[in-house]
Design a protein around this ligand. Structure first.
Ligand code: GUN
Ligand code: ZN
Length: 442
């Protein structure tokens, strides 16, 4: 039996389902809400303050008044060794990788650097309300090990993996097909399924892997069917040209991964901006996910992903939402939702705030197969949640005075909000970040 240890008062907002499918039933809202957390960090009761059972009346309380309590954000594609290299100006993706990114990632051979970076990386995530992430680590086995240890220390749900790359990068960043696979396997054996941690088999992208490495990756996937796979796909025109040149036998970019058995329900492909009908059908049939990274796509000038194209009813492709730090320009999933709205506008789609917040929480949890555990506020799920102040800044306060609905209030947060709106972040019931002034502790 677990024991209730804390009660949180706030305006509770949680998704039940995709607002695109059923807008009126998608959200549960308790304006005068209460949530009770147990001693293992899970939600044990949820409802209105009025209905709070008497047995919980004497629990210690964190009272956030009218501020919003929501499930923590899930960021399903970003790069830990790029934690501080945001805002590196380049002509395009390949220029950015060659001029800035590889140089920065090479520092992760140093354990002290990797340890310090892991601490900052997780702090930035928590300060921005992100409680679960799927991150690329660097090519160094030790750096991935360090990140897993740091996440374990805060009982955070983290998915990561050592990047594999054996060509088209500086020598000090290359592994070799067999050694890369052996190192990955030993990290899987140590970390996959330990506590809240999971392993993602991580070939960087087709350009930096030889066919021998892709074949070794296929073996890893076959031997570890419960692990995730993460990589990049169809991000920029120059990248697609280079893939054509490196894999002349392939019908298209997706075919390269398909040939090596890398599509599937646990496979996550960053970007997927320029996909053909054939590629969308292959991704849809295999249950693969495309992860939309809007701030990265506009920063690197990679292109404008069309949600409508991916969602076509006859071959819908699953879509995640992510920051893609450090190609992305913000850790904030509020910014990410805002930028997704802008990109959708270019494609004549109006992305609602409810849809954006859904994608960043329960939607991402569903694509990751973690929706039994996280993504919404429900009894039995982990108490991974955030407190958002809808009036965190003077401008937000002025704008919220004319907000007409929950969707409108969340929209203002997505366009005008940032880490200043994240008043507190709780991971497995423990407060990991707080802007202190608004808390009444009783
Ligand atoms: N493609 C291959 N590597 C990367 C990376 O680090 N960032 C992005 N945005 N795209 C990539
Ligand atoms: Zn990426």
């Amino acid at each position: 039996m677990t024991k209730a240890v804390k009660c949180i008062f706030a305006h509770i907002i949680s998704f039940n389902s995709d607002p695109l499918l059923n807008p009126s039933k998608a959200v549960t809202e308790y304006a005068q809400g209460a949530m009770v957390i147990d001693d293992i960090g899970k939600i044990t009761w949820l409802g209105t303050r009025e209905d709070l059972p008497k047995t919980y009346a004497k629990l210690p309380k964190d009272d956030y008044g009218k501020q919003y309590l929501m499930a923590g954000f899930i960021d399903s594609h970003l790069h830990y060794p790029q934690y501080r290299m945001l805002a590196a100006p380049a002509k395009n993706l390949l220029d950015w990788l060659n001029r800035f990114t590889f140089k920065e990632e090479a520092r992760y051979h140093d354990a002290d650097h990797a340890t310090n970076a892991a601490k900052h990386f997780l702090n930035f995530l928590h300060a921005n309300g992100t409680t679960c992430a799927m991150a690329f680590s660097s090519v160094h086995k030790q750096a991935a090990d360090i990140l897993f240890s740091a996440a374990a220390a805060s009982n955070m749900a983290l998915i990561t993996g050592k990047t594999m790359m054996d060509r088209n990068a500086p020598d000090n960043l290359l592994d070799q097909a067999q050694q890369g696979a052996l190192d990955s396997q030993s990290l899987i054996d140590k970390w996959h399924g330990k506590g809240r941690l999971n392993y993602a088999i991580t070939p960087r992208f087709a350009i930096t892997s030889t066919e021998a490495q892709l074949a070794a990756t296929q073996q890893l996937v076959e031997q570890n069917p419960n692990c995730y796979l993460q990589t990049h796909l169809s991000e920029s025109p120059e990248e697609i040209e280079m893939v054509k040149h490196l894999f002349p036998w392939a019908t298209d970019y997706t075919h390269v991964y398909e040939q090596y058995g890398l599509l599937g329900k646990k496979s996550f492909f960053g970007h997927g901006i320029h996909l053909s009908e054939r590629e969308c059908t292959a991704l849809s049939d295999s249950g693969s996910t495309i992860v939309h990274c809007p701030t990265s796509n506009s920063f690197l000038g990679s292109g404008l992903l069309s949600l409508k194209h991916l969602r076509q009813a006859k071959r819908p492709v699953k879509i995640g939402l992510a920051s893609d730090i450090g190609g992305g320009t913000s850790y904030s999933m509020l910014h990410t939702i805002g930028e997704a709205f802008k990109i959708a506008s270019f494609n004549n789609i109006q992305l609602t705030a409810l849809e954006g917040f859904y994608m960043a929480t329960l939607g991402n949890a569903k694509t990751l197969g973690l929706d039994n555990e996280i993504g919404s506020l429900e009894v039995g799920k982990w108490a991974d949640f955030i407190i958002i102040d809808p009036k965190a800044t003077a401008l937000l306060e002025a704008r919220q005075a004319i907000s007409e609905s929950l969707d409108d209030s969340l929209f203002a947060l997505a366009i005008l909000g940032d880490d200043r709106a994240i008043k507190a972040t709780y991971v497995a019931g423990k407060c990991r970040h707080q802007i202190s002034s608004n808390l009444n502790t009783a």
